[in-house]
Design a protein around this ligand. Structure first.
Ligand SMILES: [Zn+2]
Length: 226
């Protein structure tokens, strides 16, 4: 079996999948590998930079090719790598994201439990590649991550809106602080006030949800709650 740099088989069964909350499609490997990449793409669009920004289509997944200048199959050949907003983050160029964006990128990588590498972290022989994200975990590790973190479907949590109080509100405040680490943190006081509402609207806009400031089943789910 021929594999790409990360050990995943090349030319696997694969599908063009729509990134939730965007008009962008990426061709990724079927199964959990595709699921974790779609998680990265959605979080990137919601928290770092919209994938639907004006300009040429520049988000890519599968490509049958080797790593430039080598005979090693690229992780794009196994449909386990994606390039996001490639024209704004050209290969070889460092510092194409601002500090806010890098903080959000670090948070997303951390949520992926070390199973995803960002090309901005390449060192040694590989040129830095800030558009590029790839799987570095094996199939079983990724499958387990998806079981624990994959799309949970609509949540059963209670719907929250301006004036709600309690531990559920605290959970929302905590996750919004984690998502937007460079914004003024919300006070985790369990009171759904105007500032919490405006942060919810901000997240909803970036998630492609109806930006109504109400945390219902779809918003809960998009925020990662079951
Ligand atoms: Zn790439």
């Amino acid at each position: 079996m021929t594999v790409s740099q990360n050990g995943w088989p090349i030319d696997p069964p694969r599908t063009a999948r729509l990134v939730d909350g965007t008009n962008t499609k990426l061709i990724v490997v079927d199964g959990p590998g595709g699921d974790i990449l779609m998680y990265v793409a959605r979080q990137f669009s919601a928290r770092v930079e919209s994938l639907d920004a004006p300009g040429p289509a520049d988000d890519w997944g599968y490509a049958h090719r080797v790593i430039a200048g080598t005979r090693v199959w690229s992780n794009h050949a196994s449909a386990t790598a994606i390039d996001l907003n490639a024209t704004q983050h050209p290969s070889g160029k460092r510092g194409t994201f601002n500090a806010n964006q890098v903080a959000a990128i670090r948070a997303i990588l951390s949520e992926c439990g070390g199973l995803i590498r960002w090309g901005g972290d390449y060192s040694g022989g590989s040129p830095v590649d800030e558009m590029h994200w790839e799987i570095v975990g094996n199939f079983d590790q990724v499958a387990e991550w998806v079981r624990n973190h994959g799309n949970p479907g609509p949540s059963n949590r209670p719907t929250l809106s301006l004036g709600s109080t309690g531990d559920d509100v605290r959970d929302v405040q905590r996750v919004l602080n984690a998502w937007y680490p460079r914004m003024d943190p919300l006070v985790v006081d369990g009171v759904f006030g105007a500032l919490t509402r405006s942060r919810v609207v901000y997240a909803q806009e970036r998630l492609g949800l109806k930006a109504d400031g109400i945390v219902g089943p779809l918003t809960w789910s998009a925020l990662g709650f079951r």
